[in-house]
Design a protein around this ligand. Structure first.
Ligand code: SF4
Length: 228
């Protein structure tokens, strides 16, 4: 029995030895997950210094073709994995969210390094977002500044394990088992004097109304105060 057959064979169904070269029995979930985990297509996309480590991982020494992902895709529409590798600035967030929305489902996000995971050394800087998970659903976080190629490989293996645990009947992108089917696009943030997340528009309007009322209440009190 080949290693692939051993990996995929149904543990409860024994196939007679004389037909094992032609027949093996597996489950739909196993074959579906095995196909996807071994053909992850990453988007060709990098943000800062972590991207250099990602590029090194794609070079011959670390052999990304083990994951079926040796060719990074130049279009979001051909990719199913987004490696957010580097500092996430407010200026770049609208582009990152737009690219994520263009990726077909199923799709996965890896936050590579301290910056993408939580802001890193620039956390709470005026121009930096404290982690891409404020906007996108992240599947795997990789610590480090920068993470080594080995750490990225470990993150990819962790993602493969996550894919192994999924089931056709419960994954959110198919309308089975009460799921709605493919997710709605994430509203693209608006970059102005600061970054505005449209998902918080209602809260922002409420805060603005409260601030306006507080200002109106403060104005008569200031007028009636005795002059110094
Ligand atoms: S985590 Fe470190 S190496 Fe990676 S982008 Fe941020 S500062 Fe650069």
């Amino acid at each position: 029995m080949s290693s692939i057959q051993k990996e995929l064979a149904h543990p409860d169904i024994q196939v007679p030895a004389d037909v094992q070269s032609n027949v093996f029995v597996t489950t739909l979930d196993k074959i579906y997950n095995w196909s996807r985990r071994n053909s992850l297509w990453p988007m060709m996309f990098g943000l800062a210094c972590c991207a250099i480590e990602m590029i090194a991982t794609a070079a011959a020494r670390y052999d990304l073709s083990r994951f079926g992902m040796e060719v990074m895709r130049p279009s979001a529409r051909q990719a199913d994995m987004l490696i957010v590798s580097g500092t996430v600035t407010k200026k770049m967030v609208p582009q990152i969210v737009r690219l994520y929305n263009q990726m077909p489902e199923p799709k996965y996000v890896i936050a590579m390094g301290a910056c993408a995971s939580g802001g890193g050394p620039f956390k709470e800087g005026y121009n930096v977002v404290s982690g891409i998970d404020k906007f996108l659903p992240v599947d795997v976080y990789i610590p480090g500044c920068p993470p080594t190629p080995q750490a990225l490989l470990h993150g990819l293996i962790t993602l493969q394990k996550k894919i192994d645990g999924q089931s056709l009947m419960s994954v959110p992108w198919y309308p089975f088992g009460g799921n709605k089917g493919p997710s709605e696009p994430i509203p693209v943030p608006i970059l102005g004097p600061d970054l505005i997340d449209p998902r918080h528009a209602q809260l922002l309007r409420q805060r603005a109304a409260e601030a306006a009322v507080a200002q109106m209440n403060a104005a008569p009190a200031a007028e009636s105060a005795p002059a110094a």
